[in-house]
Design a protein around this ligand. Sequence first.
Ligand code: GAR
Length: 202
Amino acid sequence: MKRVAILISGGGSNMVALANSMIGDHPARPVVVISNDPKAGGLAKARNLGIATAIVDHREYPNDRNAFEGVLHATLEGYKPDIVCLAGFMRILTEGFTARYEGRMLNIHPSLLPKYKGLHTHARALEAGDAEHGCSVHEVTAALDDGPVLGQARIAIEDGDTPDTLASRLLSLEHQLYPAVLRRFAIGDRAPVYLPISEPIP
Ligand code: GAR
């Protein structure tokens, strides 16, 4: 059974989707949820699911990313994770940290990578006049929102969409995509997952 640590910064809805998927014959189980923000709403959700939680508050290490990452690493290692899932974790990680988890750290990003790395992805897709938008799960490498894409889900952009309507429509697809990728990844299958699965043409 693979041990999965989940890193969050906010509401943790992707964390809940991942945790709820790891039941029955699933090859992995959640062992800890760690937040860099003590106020993250996802912490209470994790506790309610019976998952251990920890807080590593980046504000306790002002201007010292290495110190923050050192404590984050030590905290993670206390739970001996095989896989680390970033799920709305909003801190940039250095190369030194990502190298320690190379090949076993995943992230979900709300854009069709390689488009729109970084922040404000929904607004940027709208501003660009894109016809579609989406989210990607990828392996984490040293470069921000880079690394091999392991799955994507796409939605059409409709007239009248705002960053908020796009974000909420996309979030429900994120909740399908991330568990689907993790389930495969946990058995070493890196073949990309694409959602929604297109209907066969009759
Ligand atoms: C999700 O939309 C996720 O894709 C995004 O933050 C949200 C977290 O929601 N992640 C990033 O922007 C990472 N750069 P959640 O806390 O409800 O899962």
